[in-house]
Design a binder for this molecule. Sequence first.
Ligand code: DMJ
Length: 598
Amino acid sequence: MLPLIKRVQTNYVIAILTALLVIYLVVTVLSTTAIYSGLAGSGGNSRICPQVSPDHPYVSTNPAALRWKEIPLRYPVSSLTHLPTDGPTQLSSIQAAPKPESEDSKRIRIVRRDAVKASFQRVWKMYRERAWMKDELEPISGGSNDRFGGWGATLVDSLDTLWIMRLDEEFKEAVNAAITIEFGNPDKIKPETISVFETTIRYLGGLLSAYDLAGCADKRLLDKAVELGNMLYVAFDTPLRAPIIDWNPHTAIKGELQEPHENDNNLACLGSLTMEFTRLSQLTGDMRYYDAIQRVSDLLRDRQSKTKLPGMWPQFYVRKTMDFSQGTSFSLGGNSDSTYEYLLKMYVLLGGAGTPAKQYLEMYQQVIKTASEHLFFRPRAPGNPDILVSGRSVTDENNKPTLTPEGEHLTCFVGGMVALGGQVLRDPAHVEMGRKLTEGCAWAYQISPTGIVSETYGLIPCANPSSCEWDESFWNETQSPPPLPKGVTKSGDRSYSLRPEAIESVFYMYRITGDPKYQDMGWKMFQAIDKHTRTEYGNARLADVYREDGPKDNVMESFWLAETLKYFYLLFSEQDLISLDDFVFSTEAHPFRISKPE
Ligand code: DMJ
């Protein structure tokens, strides 16, 4: 009898163990499938995101996240602003309905897409071999550097591109590496100070979008984002709750008084933390992050009409008092760009919900009204193309604005933004304005000897945009000889840093209109960039785009993989891969999922 009982018991134990093993395997396979199922359709549909709310926030089990959270604040807030509780609205649709594609067009599109992917894979292999977990791979020497905190900026910034390109094994490996980064450990931070702006857009954005795209399946990514969010939150611990951008985490973690220096006054860095911090609150239910950025946005709103060019903020402000009424230079480019970009995108990210979403949309509308009056201009150019460029406006002692007719690569995102705004606002005139701005940058690419535009360049504005004839003899008499292309008066900064803004706008125009001419436009850009920037170990910044044989610099910014190649890849992909109706891109091209009505 006993041996029989023993046998039954043993069988029973084996059966339980087998069942447990099967359950474990099923769960593992399912979650791996959920994480690595690829992006058929609009991406990451098998979502298992935790249901969170301010009353039931996501609880991170990561002790490093707590370390920064426990630092006593000198300027704590008395109550937290919450994300709007009104449900998201049905936003108007952004993308054009897909058109039927001939076999021939499909073949060409796929050849182009695969060329972009091959370019990414080549560089990724080099990064993996020579600069793994370093901030940047140096494309000429094959070395590496740590210019962004030393946490592996290229690795984290590229996570979602790996996902989008369906490089599943590489994605898995990169995630496993990313979750070992110690944001919570100040001893591991290489430089004395870090840029809160760059850390937010490259690292926090990278972690959040990887988590979002993978259907919220890998909680380790969210834990890492919380750890970083808790660290960055401490940078807001100032009297007016405006973040310090050039921030010293070593001082902060000791609880010492944090004081920004006078030059910590760049508009782009101040207003461009909104999307990442909002997404972190949406995903965790912890309102501290959203509260932090909403206070900054309210401050900007209150000052928007009290500047020397009402409707816009100057590129630099007085840091101590957060005074925006003194600055005289206004631009949508460097030192300002993403603060403007995020106004419209915040409306979209919030699903158009409640007063805050409306606030962002109104701020955006005022900006565009001012910019179209004072910054956008039609340049005089051979062939009289019907294009626009976003310049700079400088006010004099009587507050009279004057246009500086200067193009800038960093303003090339404006075409895409304005076209997106046209769809959101259901205003075809804005889509047309976006087209002209996008094609203004594409034109500047086309006329350059390398097929790439420089960081800045001078142009001749048309006095009357509706009649603007190119005058060849006037040009020959007045302008400097080649190599500057016809229409370009000064070269300014002649470099190209592998930036994405021009292809970004081309991508938006393609998704919004469905017009294949934008794919052809993008393909020309890709070929030019690939040809001129390719080096043995990666792709390098060009020092002079107006010389075919110009020198290269030993720099490859992480946004080459995170943004530029991602937009190229998406331009030649199926239109429902990261649809603009489901996702909104951060300034570093990290897609965040848009809240939709139930
Ligand atoms: C990126 O880091 C971001 O797009 C930022 O907003 C502007 N500069 C670079 C790309 O040019």
